[in-house]
Design a binder for this molecule. Structure first.
Ligand code: BMP
Length: 226
């Protein structure tokens, strides 16, 4: 299962860049994640118009980390413009923060995805010390999913054990950050998030197919089908 991160480079014509990749890739992937590089340049409204009526996962990756009331306003904006999932940090805690955001998400049928660990090395400095507590909080607020690193298999496996089987795990870190396609799924993730290894290349579709193929091979191997 593949989610494509659409992070246009700073010199791109953002809307054209997104539209081209979205139209090419949408029949083959399970979702798209839009983050700050695009949102800051053109806003939710313009992006939402391009992605209108998409039936897969459409994740607004703001990595929210604010007081609850303000996170709710941001999440509501994402929802208004057609996003069906939103990413927030877990470290802001429950009271007056994730309690409110999770309530809004339930009301709007917006999928709440919480960051419980990250794919870069610095995640070990602070965030990873709290992986178990973050996973518990994700369960407590009824998060739909969590973000966990494809780059650190042991952390990913621990998170799967902590969150159980009713929460989706979305794992970035494949390709540009070094992890091999399929390995995160083998270690307990439901979705692999891939950005630059697909979107910043000349042959976007060809590279997406390669990654999907590598995912299948790796998963067949780890599940003993090959
Ligand atoms: P790439 O495959 O180009 O490295 O992109 C990964 C995507 O996942 C980026 O959009 C990044 O913001 C996001 N991401 C990440 O890389 N690590 C995390 O821990 C959390 C993320 O959301």
């Amino acid at each position: 299962m593949l989610i494509v991160a659409l992070d246009p480079p700073y010199d791109a014509d953002v809307l054209k860049w997104i539209e081209y990749r979205y139209n090419l890739l949408k029949p083959y992937v399970q979702g798209f994640k839009i983050g700050l590089p695009a949102i800051l340049e053109v806003g939710f409204k313009a992006i939402g118009k391009i992605l209108k009526n998409y039936e897969g996962l459409l994740i607004a990756d703001l990595k929210l980390a604010d007081i609850g009331d303000i996170m709710c306003i941001s999440a509501e904006r994402a929802w208004i413009h057609g996003f069906n999932a939103i990413i927030a940090h877990t470290f802001v805690g429950y009271e007056q923060a994730l309690d409110k955001l999770s309530k809004l998400c339930r009301e709007r049928m917006l999928k709440l995805i919480l960051v419980v660990s990250m794919s870069h090395k610095g995640s070990a400095e602070f965030i990873d010390r709290h992986v178990e507590e973050f996973s518990e909080l994700a369960r407590k607020v009824g998060a739909w999913g969590v973000v966990a690193p494809a780059t650190r298999p042991n952390v990913l496996k621990r998170i799967r054990a902590f969150v159980g089987n009713n929460i989706k795990i979305l794992a970035p870190g494949i390709g540009a950050q070094g992890a091999k396609p399929g390995t995160a799924i083998c270690n307990g993730a439901d979705y692999e998030i891939v950005g630059r290894a697909i979107t910043h290349t000349e042959n976007v579709l060809e590279n997406a197919f390669k990654i999907i193929e590598q995912q299948k091979e790796e998963v067949a191997k780890c599940r003993g089908l090959q």
